[in-house]
Write a protein that binds this ligand. Sequence first.
Ligand code: TRP
Length: 348
Amino acid sequence: MYNIDIMTKPVILTGIRANSDLTIGNYFGAILPIIDMAKKRSNEYQINMFIPDLHSFTTPIDHSRLYSQSTNNAKLFVAAGLPIDNSNIYLYRQSYIPAHSELTVILDCFTGFGEMSRMIQFKDKSNTIGADRTSIGLFNYPILMASDILLYNAKYVPVGDDQSQHLEFTRDIAQRMNSKFGNLFVVPEAVKDQHEFFGKDQGLRIMDLVDPTSKMSKSDDSGRGVIFLNDDPAVAAKKVMGATTDDLAKINFDRDNQPGVSNLLEILSLLQGVTLQSVVDQYTGQTSYGDFKSVVAGEVEKFLTDFHKKLAEVDAKAVMVKLEQSEHDLKPIANATLLRAQQAIGLR
Ligand code: TRP
């Protein structure tokens, strides 16, 4: 029987992808809530936040930008309020801890081809990019993700709905290994218990400005409907002015019939830090979309200007020290889990 060295505090773990530029949708929908959660929970929990840089090229990317994007994302978390002087919060890069790759190769051999073929994200993405550009890395994505989680004995993993199936797989593979080899891995909580623990998000979804029926996505090609955190503030304001609305000529929060206007109301409430209801109350019935867009555009411009200022003030050296310190501190923990697996399967 193998003894799991549970650390003194239960672990909350999450990764934020770094393959392309982050949007205000990522900021308000993922980064800010995660940072808030980290600050709130870091007394009772160990918080592992990492940049899954090995996942970043499971679909084709511009490799000349990968390194700078990963390090920039770390700075961005700090600009968004992540306290790097908190020793219960770890911030690290996946590829700097080799155990992620090593455990993945092991788990590969206990994972069925069929079960990976059924992964929704794999099916969607491989459909979009086409069979001949679909890599084995994309197929393998959930197994690497399981390693990310299991290496640190994580109990809680806040993930969006699109990642729930991967979390369920993580539980499956952990249980499968545990029943075959003894107590190797901590099994993370089930998705529904995760939602209970974190409080299911309020359905916050920022939509694309040009096509307000689809999510504002960092992987959108044209970029016209997407506000990136590194957009020039004036350019971003123009994108808002060009946002798709409707011809009803009356402001109303109605996602089905007025998705564009509703999205702008939502964005405005986030930028102003007030409830959606209060923004809706203020603007419902107004007839000038132009005036309304100018208000939103102004707020976007102000937000980005502020954010860029904060980002410029982040101490890049301190962020690098934080990354290296976290990687140094976590390596032994990851390696201990890896060793348990290696011993169990007969490699050690
Ligand atoms: N797949 C996650 C996403 O696309 C990122 C990720 C990679 C992750 N490994 C993880 C999230 C482990 C949580 C735990 O958002």
